[in-house]
Design a protein around this ligand. Sequence first.
Ligand code: HEM
Length: 310
Amino acid sequence: MDGNASMKGKVMRKYFYFIIATLFLASAAYAADSQIWGDMRVTNIFGYGQVESKNLGPLFTMLQSEYFPMIFFGILVGVPAAFAMHYLAIGPKVFPHGGKKIYIFSVFNRFVHQVAALSFIILVPTGFMIVFGDKLGGGSLIRLAKDLHGLATVPFAIVVIPMFLMWLKDAFFNFDDVKWMMIVGGYLSKEKRPIPAGKFNAGQKMWYWIATLGGMIMILSGAAMYFMDFDIAWLREITGLSQIDILRASAIIHNVVGFAVVALFITHVYMSVFAIKGAIHSIIDGHMEEEEVKILHSSYYKKLKDQGKV
Ligand code: HEM
């Protein structure tokens, strides 16, 4: 392992120790049943009142009761339905397996990715259960979903920054992405011709930014809703919002950003599990078929060739 990799390893180990220590202190506070975690987390907000409020209440209630569940239902049914039609009408791209492979994702990439994937496998269904809580009868089932939703946020919160940093340099948009968008990445035809894309194509870059930056917004707005009882003066100063407004704004932001995160998450799973046969292997063993890189990431393949790496 060269000096640089060991340095990266050291920095990442320090980062994880710091995060684990912070979590330990937080859970110690939890054990102490402090104001932030205990029942007072709920009761304390009664005192907020409407002082200096931007009156986001009516807007939030209207959006929450008339629009949010409907939009989430549309995403939950509409996005998979669109992909089912794509799969039946055009079908997956199939590349020969067992040929030469190219190493794409490091052990660290895959570790960070799998932690995010496992947390989302809990976050997304429990998020939907909370949205449709009244239709599912509310009560202990939805309370369990809420607690699981809060708990599953922790591992994602640990890996979202490493994920942002490790793939940042491959995620900047360039002219290839404009060309990719114009042909919808070549996914509207069965033909396999070289597609203008780097290591990540335009679709993957969109998912990266929504998953990481969108993910961070979901964590912060989610934390605001979970902890409810907080009084962060600088936050009120810079936003000009009262505590109750920050709470309502967080709920609105969490739902709206949630639309994009969930819709693109479903897209990501479809693309990486169904639309390209066997693509899932690249995030399990780190290798991608040379043929797949040559066709679906033609600019990246050319770069590797120029560098004599393939
Ligand atoms: C739970 C189901 C998931 C599966 C089956 C899955 C599968 C994959 C696969 C196979 C790749 C490599 C794609 C390729 O280059 O061909 C990949 C890449 C990636 N995954 Fe996931 N993933 C999942 C969840 C997630 C989650 C929850 C996040 C982030 C919050 C995420 C973020 C990414 C990113 C940013 C990439 C690189 C860009 C891309 O390929 O889209 N994935 N994933």
